[in-house]
Design a protein around this ligand. Structure first.
Ligand code: 5GP
Ligand code: MN
Length: 320
């Protein structure tokens, strides 16, 4: 059962949309898809979209130049719609707008979602938040730019329609979006596969320096702050490294971590199915899905690897 957009918008004049910090393809796709749809179909509403940043590759999506990166001092929106975000803290700079809003709605597919809004539309087995936005809106009224944004989001969170979260409904949504005249291959090439030289170099380094632990069932790679500076890379240049690591034959879990600031690491986990990494991420204060999850953690890289691998080992042992 989907929720009705017309019910949600009843008696509302001002709407803010927001996603999580370090937004990924699904976060940008779902926010921009819904933003453009509201602008087109409800021109009398005042609608704004707030995102920490829009990574360069995703700027091919229309209207990303209208995204706001700062919040107004004391504006109170009638409704704040939070997309692809599992907890209030992860909204980052837009969190004060969320808590100030007269009403809040969360649309998300993270199993770890804390249902922290007034109304929550959480479907953990949906491929992506972009697919949930597709289900909420009138498909006959979807324009090409809206279709491009939602298609990008679905393609990203399904690993280009490969991950197990890709359902018949996902493919039906993608088919309907394709009929809106989008160039799906171009969107996938430019936002998912294409990498800058810096991204290629850091990917190569991460693969080369990776190690196998837990009887070769887990692959780990670390990039520290000095290396990021050496390559001139930032966090958005590291997307996709962990999925490459996960492809290693015989490995059950891939773990990629990079230094956010001195002795604080952002950890990404990917599983082939035996281990539920959302449980591990949640244990360390993060979240995500059974096969893809993440969190931040203080300590030396050595400590982080030790602590996380202990949790992975517990699940692997229980499975054997
Ligand atoms: P990634 O490893 O690509 O950063 O994230 C994988 C999945 O875990 C995504 O669905 C992402 O939203 C979620 N995730 C990653 N880091 C965090 C975190 O620190 N907190 C929460 N709640 N979810 C996270
Ligand atoms: Mn998502």
């Amino acid at each position: 059962m989907s929720i009705q957009l017309s019910d949600i918008l009843k008696d509302k004049q001002t709407i803010a949309l927001g996603g999580h910090i370090r937004p990924d393809g699904d976060c940008v796709g779902s926010c921009m898809g819904l933003y453009m749809y509201l602008k087109e179909q409800y021109p009398n509403l005042e609608t704004d979209v707030y995102l920490e940043e829009v990574p360069k590759a995703y700027q091919m999506i229309e209207k990303t130049d209208e995204v706001k990166h700062q919040i107004p001092a004391d504006k109170q929106y009638d409704l704040f719609i939070c997309l692809d975000c599992g907890d209030e803290k992860r909204l980052g700079f837009s969190a004060p707008l969320f808590s100030r809003a007269k009403q809040t709605l969360c649309i998300d597919h993270h199993v770890s979602n804390e249902a922290f809004a007034d109304e929550n539309y959480i479907v953990p087995d949906a491929s992506s938040t972009s697919e949930l936005v597709f289900r909420m809106i009138d498909s006959a009224k979807i324009s090409r730019p809206v279709a491009e944004a939602l298609y990008m989001g679905i393609a990203h969170d399904t690993g280009v329609f490969q991950y197990s979260c890709t359902s018949p409904e996902t493919m039906e949504a993608a088919a309907e979006l394709m009929r809106k005249g989008i160039d799906g291959n171009d969107i996938i090439d430019r936002t998912y596969y294409e990498k800058t030289y810096v991204q290629i170099q850091i990917l190569g380094r991460a693969l080369l320096e990776s190690i196998l632990i837990l009887d070769k069932q887990c692959i780990v790679s670390v990039v520290d702050k000095k290396e990021l500076e050496f390559y001139g890379a930032d966090s958005s240049d590291l997307e996709g490294i962990v999925s490459q690591l996960r492809q290693t034959k015989g490995v059950e879990v891939a773990m990629f971590m990079y230094e956010l600031e001195s002795s604080q690491f952002k950890v990404s986990l990917r599983s082939k199915g035996k281990v539920d990494v959302s449980v591990i991420a949640k244990y360390f204060g993060g979240g995500g899905h059974a096969r893809a999850a993440g969190f931040s953690m203080h300590g030396s890289s050595h400590d982080v690897i030790n602590n996380v691998s202990r949790q992975i080992a517990l699940q692997l042992d229980a499975d054997n």
